[in-house]
Design a protein around this ligand. Structure first.
Ligand code: SF4
Ligand code: SF4
Length: 408
């Protein structure tokens, strides 16, 4: 069955011209239907910026462990063959890879919609033109704030804002769709309205108001970043009003913060359901923070075909579906809707990844989590622990500790 009609291009269940290990040939249709929608390709952890909310792990992978060009080209081809629709080329800073052009060309050849997620400071016009010529479909540029001085303090990169604005203008001139990414926290939340103006000024199609999620570096920096409840609600209300006003002009997506929520997000749309993430060294993860959960085994694209990993790896099957759930999720009517929330947040806050995400009001940890957030937000912000290899060992001791409560 050719799934092109469904917007998918999954035609065969073969990888590198061989039937995929662990997959019965007759199961092609089912495999395509179960294929992930998106692949986040972390091409490198190198980045000239040092944002304290970075979603990269505390232990950044070194350049000498990064996958070769050939392996990334093979990954793109495998992703296309298994029915994946979109590849997000990310990092670190993906433009730090000199072979980005070859990876983009491979993604295009495989029929993938490619999105470059970039801080933009390393790009020049000629390179952007070259990427567009090789089939790049979309560019997403992160802005650390709308105020240049504050943005450059948050990202620890002088001169970044001017360069980002310049690159955004080139993106539009080349006719590529542009997304403005706005990571929101207490040090820039007063500028949510200004981000909307900026996205309009730049001619962006989409603005992503992404309230920081407190895992990895952001967990370490939570007391520096978490806004108050009132600031959070005001920012959400503003975005909802502006969404109505700008219908048809600008799409505004919002990642809402967990700490003041009553119900969790269906994190990653459900574990192992629609997305996978590949680290610079080739480890395949169900989400970018999955390495914070002890006991999971992550297979590497250098050792096993991507489809085999997606279907059969221990890490993907650990929290697939609902069988792994404990109470209160196990007997909850929402369990197929939010899948119990985020496993990494459950791990970080409660010390057990199988617990209900404490963002849920039904979690016995919820009240303490909200109280912790409110008390941290009420105090002056702590200094930012910048994301760099030097800070990683100290950062391994998070300011916030798992709560000492019995399992649910
Ligand atoms: S969040 Fe900041 S430090 Fe992390 S990859 Fe993006 S630009 Fe670099
Ligand atoms: S108890 Fe679990 S399934 Fe029910 S709403 Fe909370 S997180 Fe979702």
């Amino acid at each position: 069955m050719d799934l092109k009609e469904n917007g998918r291009h999954c035609e065969t269940a073969v990888v590198d011209d061989e039937p995929t290990a662990g997959v019965a040939g007759s199961a092609t249709e089912e495999l395509c239907a179960r294929a992930p929608v998106g692949l986040l390709a972390e091409l490198t952890h190198r980045c000239p910026l040092q944002c304290g909310y970075c979603s990269n792990p505390l232990e950044l992978e070194r350049v000498n462990k990064e996958l070769s060009t050939e392996t990334w080209v093979s990954v793109m081809s495998q992703a296309g063959a298994m029915g994946i629709l979109q590849v997000h080329l990310s990092g670190g800073e993906p433009t730090a890879r000199k072979d980005l052009e070859e990876i983009v060309a491979a993604a295009s050849k495989a029929g993938l919609y490619s999105n470059l997620i970039t801080a933009a400071v390393l790009l020049n016009r000629q390179r952007l033109e070259g990427l567009a010529a090789r089939g790049l479909d979309h560019v997403q540029i992160s802005f650390q704030d709308t105020d240049a001085a504050n943005a450059e303090r948050i990202g620890a990169y002088p001169g970044a804002q001017k360069k980002k604005l310049e690159v955004a203008a080139w993106v539009k001139e080349l006719g590529l769709p542009l997304t403005v990414n706005a990571p929101i926290h207490r040090q820039n939340i007063h500028n949510v309205g200004r981000y909307i103006e900026l996205a309009l000024e730049l001619g962006a199609q989409r603005l992503e108001i992404a309230h920081v999620q407190y895992y990895g570096w952001a967990y370490v920096n939570r007391a520096a970043l978490i806004p108050t409840y009132d600031q959070t609600i005001q920012s959400i209300e503003l975005v909802e009003r502006e969404r109505e006003r700008l219908k048809g002009v600008l799409t505004i997506d919002m990642v809402v913060p967990d700490y003041y929520a009553k119900r969790p997000k269906p994190c990653m749309g459900g574990w192992g359901k629609g997305f996978l993430n590949i680290t610079p060294s080739g480890k395949v993860l169900p989400c970018h923070a999955a390495e914070t959960i002890p006991g999971l085994v992550f297979d590497n694209v250098q050792d096993r075909p991507l489809l085999d990993i997606w279907l059969n790896s221990q890490a993907f099957n650990a929290f697939r579906g609902t069988d792994w759930m404990k109470e209160p999720c196990r007997s909850c009517a929402f369990k197929e809707i939010d899948f119990g929330g985020c496993r990494c947040q459950a791990m970080a806050i409660t010390g057990d990844a199988r617990n209900t995400d404490p963002a849920c009001a039904l979690s016995p940890y919820h009240g303490e989590m909200v109280a912790m957030a409110r008390s941290e937000a009420a105090l002056p912000p702590t200094p930012i622990v910048y994301r760099n290899p030097r800070n990683a060992p100290g950062a391994a001791k998070p300011a916030a500790r798992p709560m000492a409560m019995a399992d649910s």
